[in-house]
Design a protein. Structure first.
Ligand code: DX5
Ligand code: ZN
Length: 226
């Protein structure tokens, strides 16, 4: 699969969110990463389903909703109705991950499971075959603009090997501290969907920034496949 950038609106200007989304859509983005934070699972608070619903009216992008909330099972239906195309839940946020995965799939949308930097891959053993995407956090979730954690790189390599055997259609997404330099590292390791917040929206020209990150990732992926 071709590598892809999913811009994270967490770093966008919320006073002109629609315009910011249009900007990355026009620059060729296919997926929009939407971070939901509740002030409990992570220290920060972001947005809720109402904003997703408003954005749905102005964008055709694939909405990739990253739930960093406790009791995610309570809100799945609301985010699906608001327009999520894929919902990613944290394995650390629920006691019943298998049930939660089935709950999301039953709504006819894609499902992702996210692991914090220190959470081992073993927890995916009995659910991987059910997933469309695994999100490996490359920062501690909660804030944009943090530094990439390089210890996650061998985890991406290991997951990439497992996925080939168990569920080749499942995508590896990475999130946190992605810029042109780290995009090369994660692509080489096997990541296919790169979330980028600050490196896109805090750049002087977000469209060029997004294209440059994509180009760096593509170059690396090609040399990996050679
Ligand atoms: C962090 C969020 C990320 C965040 C990434 O908890 O899940 O999606 O927006 O931001 P950057 O790319 O700035 O590290
Ligand atoms: Zn995220």
């Amino acid at each position: 699969m071709a590598v892809m950038i999913a811009p994270s609106i967490l770093a966008a200007d919320f006073a002109k969110l629609g315009e910011e989304v249009r900007l990355v859509e026009n620059a060729g983005a296919k997926m929009l990463h939407i971070d939901i934070m509740d002030g409990h699972f992570v220290p920060n608070i972001s947005i809720g389903p109402g904003v997703v619903q408003s954005l749905r009216k102005v964008s055709k992008l694939e909405f990739d909703v990253h739930l960093m909330i406790e009791n995610p099972e309570r809100y799945i239906e609301e985010f699906a109705t608001a327009g999520a195309d894929i919902i990613t839940v944290h394995i650390e946020a629920t006691r019943h991950i298998y049930r939660l995965i089935q709950q999301i799939k039953a709504l006819g949308i894609k499902v992702g499971v996210s692991l914090n930097p220190a959470t081992p891959l073993d927890l995916l053993t009995y659910i991987l075959q059910e997933l469309d995407m695994v999100l490996l956090m490359t920062v501690n979730p909660g804030f944009g603009g943090q530094k990439f954690i390089p210890e996650v790189l061998p985890k991406i390599v290991a997951l990439s090997g497992i996925i080939k055997e168990v569920n080749p259609n499942c995508k590896i997404q990475v999130d946190g501290g992605i810029n042109t330099d780290t995009a090369r590292l994660v692509s080489r390791a096997g990541a296919e969907i790169l979330v980028a917040g600050a490196a896109v929206f805090a750049a002087p020209d977000p469209q060029t920034a997004m294209k440059e990150i994509l180009q760096a990732a593509e170059e690396e992926q090609q040399s990996r496949n050679r």
